[in-house]
Write a protein that binds this ligand. Structure first.
Ligand code: SF4
Ligand code: SF4
Length: 394
């Protein structure tokens, strides 16, 4: 082969490789684009790629910034690129981009819809994701805890009609702690934990494929925990300044309530094992529980007020967003009411309010890997991954 022929052959091979690469890169999946629209990104088609959103986003790293590139990927239906892209979770949904988009394309909401779809992609079993993501699944999801808890209460406890309504209200007489509370809630807790593990494992696998990870896992996790506890990235959001306060109130109320629940659990099991933990732990548990409940109610009030105050600019949000707000609100309101009704000794309503509280807590935790609640772990995972890949600004 002459030198000229060798050069021609090399050029031809490079051209073929380039064509193959282009063909591989651009394989539009229009059904996926339609799914994004159906999942709450209905403004996607309005985007004409001006990049204003990327310019106004204060959260994005400067290198290879978002959300314009995600808008292009979504319009082309580039599902794999989006699902394996940590940036869709680095977005903190502050909606600054949505407010400034000249076309009303709402990139913040489009990314929210893609996050929901990404949960459905990675979470297992997928049927639960589909049920949580659609209003038509709500009754089925509610039926499960109602049937389980009613079954356990009828087997081991007492319906209010069997309890002496004039006497002091004791919720443990209605739903025995060990068999009607600890048993189903422990199973729900470990189920959620296992499903979270599988979902996050799938997500990490998709992100890490073909990528070079260099940073330390421990140092990255530590950095992310500090960022989450201080909510520093929320400082960068312009449009909804109170979002940091409401988000922190919700986060810390959950942490406080988790500690109070842990104390309650230790007290109860200590009692069962004959240890005298009753008196010293009862008061801090109650105090923490009440502080957590007030913080939760306050955080929810700010979240809901913000959403309505900015509705004209940003829209009210999707069913997926509101389902979580509704479930947490039900947990907070029924928990507070159950305590007040017990103090006021109003038994005819108290036991049923307590029952609704149990159902809503079960709903919140058992379905957490499929609901917007999962954003805590998916976003934290994306932040760890970004640190480990040296994503600029992450
Ligand atoms: S979403 Fe809006 S601001 Fe962003 S590129 Fe598209 S049209 Fe421009
Ligand atoms: S919602 Fe906020 S964080 Fe997300 S892309 Fe828009 S401006 Fe950036």
């Amino acid at each position: 082969m002459t030198d000229t022929e060798t050069v021609e052959t090399t050029e031809t091979t490079e051209t073929v490789e380039k064509v193959e690469k282009v063909e591989k890169l651009i394989q539009p999946d229009l059904q996926f684009a339609k799914d994004v629209v159906a999942a709450g990104g209905d403004s996607l088609k309005k985007c004409y790629q001006c990049a204003t959103c990327t310019v106004v986003c204060n959260v994005t790293p400067e290198d290879n910034p978002f959300p314009r590139k995600e808008m292009v990927q979504a319009q082309w239906g580039l599902k794999d690129e989006l699902y394996s892209n940590p940036d869709i979770w680095l977005c903190h949904q502050c909606s600054d981009c949505t407010a400034y988009c000249p076309r009303g394309a709402k990139p913040g909401e489009v990314l929210g819809a893609i996050r929901k779809m990404s949960l459905q992609e990675f979470a297992t079993p997928s049927i639960l994701s589909k049920l949580v993501g659609s209003p038509s699944g709500l009754l089925v999801l509610l039926a499960l805890p109602v049937v389980i808890l009613l079954g356990l209460i009828s087997a081991f406890g007492n319906f209010p009609s069997k309890l002496p309504l004039g006497d002091e209200i004791v919720y443990a007489e209605f739903a025995p702690t060990l068999l009607a509370i600890d048993l189903p809630f422990t199973i729900a807790f470990f189920f959620a934990l296992a499903m979270f593990f599988l979902g996050i494992k799938n997500y990490w696998g998709a992100m890490a494929e073909g990528k070079k990870l260099s940073g330390s896992v421990i140092a990255s996790i530590k950095g992310v925990i500090v960022e989450i506890l201080t909510h520093t990235r929320f400082d960068k959001c312009d449009l909804i300044p109170k979002r940091k306060i409401s988000h922190m109130l919700l986060l810390y109320s959950f942490l406080i309530l988790a500690v109070a629940t842990g104390i309650g659990f230790a007290r109860e099991w200590g009692h069962l094992l004959g240890m005298e933990l009753e008196h010293p732990l009862y008061i801090p548990m109650k105090i923490l529980g009440n502080i957590g409940a007030v913080a939760l109610l306050l955080g929810l009030a700010i979240v809901i007020t913000n959403r309505f105050a900015k509705a004209a600019q940003l829209g009210l949000g999707s069913y997926f967003d509101w389902l979580l707000i509704l479930v947490i609100s039900t947990v907070a309101v029924t928990g507070t009411m159950a305590e007040l009704l017990r103090i006021g000794n109003y038994a005819p309503v108290a036991y049923w309010v307590y029952f609704i509280h149990l159902v809503s807590v079960f709903f919140l935790f058992a379905y957490a890997p499929y609901s917007k609640m999962a954003h805590m772990l998916y976003r934290a995972t994306a932040m760890v991954f970004s640190k480990m890949t040296g994503r600029n600004g992450a």
